[in-house]
Design a protein around this ligand. Sequence first.
Ligand code: PEP
Ligand code: MG
Length: 565
Amino acid sequence: MQVYQGKSVYEGIVIGRIQIYQKKEQQVKPNYVTDVAGEHRRLEAAVNEVTTQLTKLHEKAKAELGEEDAAIFEMHLLLVKDADYLGFIEKVIQTQMVNAEYAVAVAAEYFIARFSAMDDEYMKERAADVRDVSDHLLAVLTSHSKGVPASMGRLCDALKADREPVIILADDLAPSQTMQLDREKVLAFVTVYGSVNSHTAILARTMNIPALVGTCLISGETEKGQSPHNVAGALWMDGHLAIVDGDSGCLYVDPDPKTRQCMEAKLAMQQEKKALLLALKGKETITLGGCKINICANIGGLSDLQQAVQNDAEGIGLFRSECLYLEKDTHPTEEEQFERYKTVVESMEGKQVIIRTLDIGADKQLNYIGLTKEDNPALGCRAIRACLKHPEIFKTQLRALFRAGVYGKLAVMYPMITSLQEVHQIKTLTEQVKAELAAEGIAYAHIEQGIMIETPAAAMISDLLAKEVDFFSIGTNDLAQYTLAIDRQNGELDEFYDARHEAVLRMIRMTVENAHKAGIRCGVCGELAADPAMTEFFLDIGVEELSVSPAMILPLRKVVREMER
Ligand code: PEP
Ligand code: MG
C-alpha cells in the first residue's frame, strides 16, 4: 500500500479505481519509428475503430436526442475520413518517421489553427470538431499502445466510456473540465496542484464529490518544500484500486485489508450520519429562540439542481450561470439559456432563484469568447467587466433571464461590482433589453436585481450601492482574495488565506448594516456561509440568507436548530 497526502477540499470517503488524466499536450510526444508502415496500419485500425464507435454514437443520439442533436456525430464521421485530414496525418508519419499519435496531434494543431482563423462563424466552429475527432483518435491509439494508460483525450470522452465510476488523478483540473464531467462516472478528484479556494474545489463541494488538491505523489515522509511529482511520474497507478479519505486528505493506493476495513467502517458511519440528517427535510431553519434564516443552495449545473431539491433548499441563492458556458465549446444561444433558466426556476416551484450573470475570466476561461491572455487575470477582464466589454454576449444572457422570469420567482445578480458607474451601465443595458423584448412582443418579467459584494471597493461603498439595487449577496471567496491580496488559485498560499480575517468580517458587517439602512436584504453566498463556526456571527448581524453547496444545507439547518439564541 502507498499513502499520499493532499489537502482536503471536500469530505467523504470513496473506494474505487484510479483513472489518470493527463493533458493532451503533456502526453503526445514524438517517438522516432523505423516501422513506418506499422504506424500507417495503426492509424488505419484506429480510424476504423473510431468510425464504428461514432456510428454507434450517432444511432444512439438519433434515438435519444433526435436528428438535429445527433448531427454532430455525422459531422465527426465525415471528418475522421476526410482526405485532407487523413492525408496530413499520413504525411507527418511518412516524412517525420514518427508515431501515429504524434502525427494526429500535429494535424489537430494545424487544422484547429486554420479553422479558428477563418472569418466565417460556421467554419470557426469546426475547430471544436477537429479537436473532438483528434482526441477520439488519440484515445483509441493510446489505449492500444503497450504500457500507456487509456487516459488520452478529453477527460469527458474517457469517462463516457462504459465503465465503473473512477477516482480522477490529475495534475490540475480547470473549472471547464470539471463542469464537463459526468458526475455519475466520478467518485473523487485528486490533483497534484490547485488550492482549496479555487473554483474547481468549489465545484467539487457543489457536486458532493470528495476531493483532494495539492497532493504530493511522493510516498512516505516528505521534506518540506519537496516538489510533488506530477502524474507523469505516477502512470503506474492507472487502474489501481484506491481509497480517497476526504477527511484526513489521504489517498491510499492498493490499500491493505486492514486500511480497507477501517475505511469501510468510517464510510458506514458517515452514511448513518447523513441518513439522520434527512429527518430535517421539511423542517424550518430556525433557532430554539425563534430566529429564522434561509438556507439556499449554490448550484452550477442541472445535477446540482437535483441535489438542491433533494436536500430541501429554501431557494437557489447562487446559480453560477457560467457553468452553462463552461460545459460547451461554443456560445450557448439565447434559447438554450432560456430553457436552462426556465428549468431551474420551475423546478424550485415558487421558491426564489438567484441567477448570477456570466462570471468568467481568471481561472474560468472560455476559448470561444476570445479574452486576451493577461498577466494578472484575477485583476483583469473578468465577470461584469467582460460582460460590459462584450455587450452582445451580456444582452443575450439578459434576454434569456428576463424571459425566464415569467416562469417563477427569478432574481438576477451581477458579479465583481466595484463602482456605481458599473451599476448604471447595467441598468441602461437592462432597460434596452426590456424595451427590445417589448417591441418584439416577447413576454418578459420585471425581476429583482441585486449585486454581489465581493470586492473591497463594493463593500466600502455599499451605502451608495444599496440605494441602487434590490439586494446584496456577499461573495466571501473573492472578498477574502481581494482584501487579503491572496490569489485564491495559489495552493502555496492556502495557509494565509483566511476568510475569517477581521478585515473581511468588518466588511461583511458594514455591508449588512448598509443594506438594512437602505431597506434591502443581504445574503452570503461564498464558502464562508457554510462554515458552522460562522453561523452565529451571521445571525447576530442579521444576514437573511446563507447560500451553500447542496450537501451542506441539512448539516447547517441542524446547527441553526440547535442554537439557543
Ligand atoms: C465568491 O466570490 O464568494 C463567490 C460566491 O463567487 P465565486 O466563488 O464563483 O467567485
Ligand atoms: Mg466570486
